[in-house]
Design a protein around this ligand. Structure first.
Ligand code: NI
Length: 191
């Protein structure tokens, strides 16, 4: 198991439509484990394969991570595993008309957040890490995270849901943030 470097915008791999996985193999299962390690270490609640430079339709998420009793403190990385979920070739089957607004961030847009509106509930089918098909109905944060990660597989970032004015602002702030945290970011990211 290993932690992988995370690609930061505007890397072209993040704008590409990722390829479907035709057959889930041990290589994919290894990749999934490394993606989970990378996500927990970041720390984050979701990660899509293009974010670690692999243009494949694979995403992982965990919206049930245990939290430290002290809000200002991160749990040690080995204690962050809650309920990891793996989606290979995910397909959106249905989304609710009811919408939800959430302050979203992205490991590929470090340090930046903005409110994004998405359907509150979605139904998705996918393959798990054993190649077995399953279906889920996601609500709330789970739904937001799942849609955010599926977007990554289509080369779409949360900033693409913003007005051009807001998007430009986020990109300007990202440039500043990157400059100010360059050394730290270079340890874990590909800039
Ligand atoms: Ni993201």
């Amino acid at each position: 198991m290993a932690t992988l470097p995370i690609y930061v915008v505007p890397h072209p791999v993040l704008k590409r439509v990722a390829d479907a996985v035709s057959n889930v193999t041990d290589d994919h299962r290894r990749l999934v484990e490394n993606m989970l390690d990378t996500m927990y270490a970041a720390p984050g609640i979701g990660l899509a394969a293009p974010q670690i430079g692999e243009s494949m339709r694979i995403l992982v998420l965990d919206v049930d991570q245990p939290r430290s009793e002290n809000e200002d403190e991160e749990l040690p990385v080995e204690k962050r595993r809650g309920k990891p979920q793996v989606f290979i070739n995910p397909e959106l089957l249905w989304s609710s008309e009811e919408m939800n607004v959430y302050d979203e961030g992205c490991l590929s847009i470090p340090g930046q957040y903005a409110e994004v509106e998405r359907p509150k509930i979605v139904r998705v089918k996918a393959l798990d890490q054993n190649g077995k098909q399953f279906e889920v109905e996601a609500d709330g944060l789970f739904a937001t995270c799942l849609q955010h990660e599926i977007d990554h597989l289509n080369g779409v970032l949360f900033t693409d849901h913003l007005s051009s004015l807001k998007r430009d602002m986020v990109m300007r702030k990202l440039k500043k943030f990157t400059k100010e945290n360059l050394e730290e970011l270079q340890k874990t990211h590909i800039l």
